[in-house]
Design a protein around this ligand. Structure first.
Ligand SMILES: [Zn+2]
Ligand SMILES: [Zn+2]
Ligand SMILES: [Zn+2]
Ligand SMILES: [Zn+2]
Length: 127
């Protein structure tokens, strides 16, 4: 009798663990990894702020950011100048290549992606 109770308690505990884990799926940003897997260059389109060659690049109907005019939430949104020329992001730090911020020492790194926190590439390019 006692044994039966124990078993049902264990079963119950297991069930709640399963229910718990199923209920808290991590909402991680979907990383856009290129199928080739090669060290891709991340070029941000200065017309829309999205990565060049991506499906989102210059897509019609994209929501525009009221501040910068680029696609809202795009890697370049409020980070690069609209129509100021396409920029290449540094794979090592996520900042625009060749800027003072690029690979600057002491920069805060994002604990999700390892790139510089708040950089255009932060959580957007596959480090
Ligand atoms: Zn574009
Ligand atoms: Zn913006
Ligand atoms: Zn860099
Ligand atoms: Zn990040």
């Amino acid at each position: 009798m006692i044994r039966l109770v124990l078993v049902s308690i264990v079963a119950l505990a297991m069930f709640s663990v399963v229910a718990f884990t199923a209920g808290c799926e991590t909402t991680e940003a979907t990383t856009t990894t290129t199928a080739s897997g090669a060290t891709a260059e991340y070029v941000v389109c200065s017309h829309c702020g999205e990565f060049k060659g991506s499906e989102a690049c210059c897509a019609e109907g994209a929501e525009e950011c009221a501040k910068c005019g680029l696609a809202k939430g795009s890697p370049g949104c409020c980070k690069i100048n609209k129509d100021g020329g396409d920029v290449t992001l540094c794979n090592g730090c996520g900042h625009v290549k060749g800027t003072d911020e690029c690979c600057a020492e002491g920069a805060k790194t994002c604990d999700k992606c390892g790139l510089a926190k708040g950089s255009p590439g932060c959580c957007k390019i596959g480090g």
